[in-house]
Ligand binder design. Structure first.
Ligand code: ASP
Length: 353
């Protein structure tokens, strides 16, 4: 017989541990909109994503990156070289929120990007809020050759330029169309999440004044070519297993679009946006603030270390993600690969047949 006090405690304990002894965080019950993957026990494998929310019609573009990553991995035998090759292709695609297509921030001028690289021997390097480069992922790779793990802001940008990366503002028609739509919605108060209630005008920290609503914005943007209106994400990432069983991950983003100056997401934060080790490699996409709070990439990696398949680990990660926040995950391990997301997500996989 349980006393009235004991029963709630018992129920809470069962809820937290689950009937099969798994942790609730790891074994949630949220609907998983996309699940793919399976066993591949030998040879090189590469998986890429175009950001959670990116439509399946972009699969072909994102597959091209997985193919490039595989070709480079096979040619060099080097997982990091392969992971860089995949993300470089994605950074060059104006549809995607990284490099060329990186989101324009609230002031309509600023483009601030984050990127990170990690390898299975524990090497990690990142750049945060970097500006005026078209390939942040290569700058993150260059940081790996310094005594530091991360460079941020103006220092990261100046480092890139002294290291020979071209001084370019990666702005394109597609990112401008997305900006017009988002700012127009924000100014009309048509936003969800934190900015629905946040007094962003009071916190405005960009050098110029806040935007107003000019006539050409009320007319609505031209969002053809498959661009969708309010997708806040579309970060890009590549995970690689080389034939020798080593792993690497690369991740690059223009960040979420509606942010204050200097906002940093999950991508460059150790253990959050990406992780690699001897058991595999993981890359995330989605609502960065929540990915940080759950240290998502490292959480998935621990499941791989514990022997869960990549497919099952990413499924559990997505099923456990709190609230309505979006999350996409890709992973490779010694035995296979996995892709899962809370919403549709363009992805590619190569070396998996
Ligand atoms: N996770 C990224 C960020 O919060 C956004 C994305 O995945 O698209 O910066």
């Amino acid at each position: 017989m349980f006393c009235r006090l004991c029963l709630p405690i018992l129920i809470a304990a069962l809820t937290l541990t689950g009937c099969n002894g798994t942790d609730r965080h790891i074994d949630g019950d949220r609907e998983v909109a996309l699940l793919a993957g399976g066993p591949v026990t030998s040879g090189a494998v590469t998986v890429t994503h175009g950001g959670v929310g990116s439509p399946p019609t972009w699969n072909e573009d994102v597959q091209t990156a997985a193919d490039a990553a595989l070709a480079e991995t096979k040619a060099t035998g080097d997982a990091l070289a392969g992971a860089l090759a995949g993300t470089l292709v994605l950074e060059d695609n104006p549809l995607l929120n990284a490099g060329t297509g990186a989101n324009i921030r609230l002031d309509g001028r600023t483009i601030q990007m984050d990127a990170a690289v990690m390898t299975s021997d524990g090497e990690f390097a990142a750049v945060a809020v970097i500006e005026h480069v078209s390939h942040p992922i290569l700058v993150a790779r260059a940081v790996m050759d310094t005594p530091h793990r991360m460079l941020a802001g103006d220092g990261a940008t100046r480092f890139a330029h002294v290291m020979g990366f071209a001084d370019v503002t990666p702005r394109c028609e597609q990112s401008e169309a997305k900006y017009r739509q988002r700012i127009s919605n924000l100014l009309r108060g048509d936003v969800e999440g934190g900015y629905a209630t946040f007094d962003w005008r009071r916190a405005w920290n960009f050098p110029g004044p806040p935007p107003s609503l000019p006539g050409d914005m009320t007319a609505g943007p031209n969002l053809d070519d498959g661009l969708r209106s309010m997708d806040p994400t579309d970060t890009v990432g590549t995970v690689v297993r080389a034939a020798d069983g080593s792993f690497a991950v690369t991740l690059s983003t223009g960040g979420t679009s509606i942010t204050l100056d200097g906002r940093v997401g999950d991508v460059p934060i150790y253990g959050c946006g990406c992780f690699a080790g001897p058991a595999g490699a993981v890359a995330c996409t989605g609502f960065g603030e929540e990915i940080i709070r759950t240290a998502m990439a490292r959480s998935i990696y621990v499941m791989l270390e514990d022997g869960l398949s990549a497919r099952e680990a990413v499924r559990r990660g997505v099923a456990s993600f709190p609230g309505d926040w979006s999350l996409g995950l890709i992973a490779v391990d010694g035995n296979g690969w996995g892709v899962a997301a809370t919403h549709e997500m363009a992805y590619g996989a190569a070396g998996v047949d």
